[in-house]
Design a protein around this ligand. Structure first.
Ligand code: FES
Length: 142
């Protein structure tokens, strides 16, 4: 028959290992001019927030919704795009939108109003896309 004493002699003892993932808290604080800040999030806006009406966003231009820190543009008629309004250089709020260009007033960085890409430094990273839905003439954060 079988032995009463079963003692595993190989391998680790069977036990529960709790793997604490820990916060992914690697913050890279770079302050040098022109550096990326490594912060892809931080938006304080919430889904479902109504930003405004499409009539507030001129064709070929855009509008900064300051409370939500979102800039909405209309590159071509009926096509709306939205980006974070926080400049990727040193986090000023972008201001002027004209001729397919979003301009930051602090150091003059310019971004494409179509895809948020950098047109002119010192910023080196594109404005992150913001998700919106347009229903009728109402623009809402998605
Ligand atoms: S914060 Fe420096 S260009 Fe926008």
């Amino acid at each position: 028959m079988t032995s009463e004493s079963v003692e595993p002699t190989t391998g680790p003892a069977r036990r529960t290992v709790i793997a604490a993932a820990g916060a992914a808290g690697l913050t890279v604080a770079l302050t040098a001019c022109g550096s990326d800040d490594g912060d892809g999030g931080g938006s304080e806006t919430s889904a479902g927030t109504v930003l405004g009406r499409t009539s507030e966003v001129p064709e070929g231009g855009g509008k900064v919704f300051g409370d939500a820190k979102v800039v909405v543009t209309q590159p071509t008629a009926g096509e709306f795009k939205a980006f974070s309004a926080i400049c990727t250089h040193q986090r000023c709020t972008v201001k002027d939108i004209a001729n397919d260009t979003i301009t930051c007033p602090c150091h003059g960085s310019q971004f494409s109003a179509t895809d948020g890409s950098v047109k002119k430094g010192p910023a080196t990273r594109a404005l992150p896309t913001a998700k919106i839905t347009v229903e009728g003439d109402t623009i809402t954060l998605a």
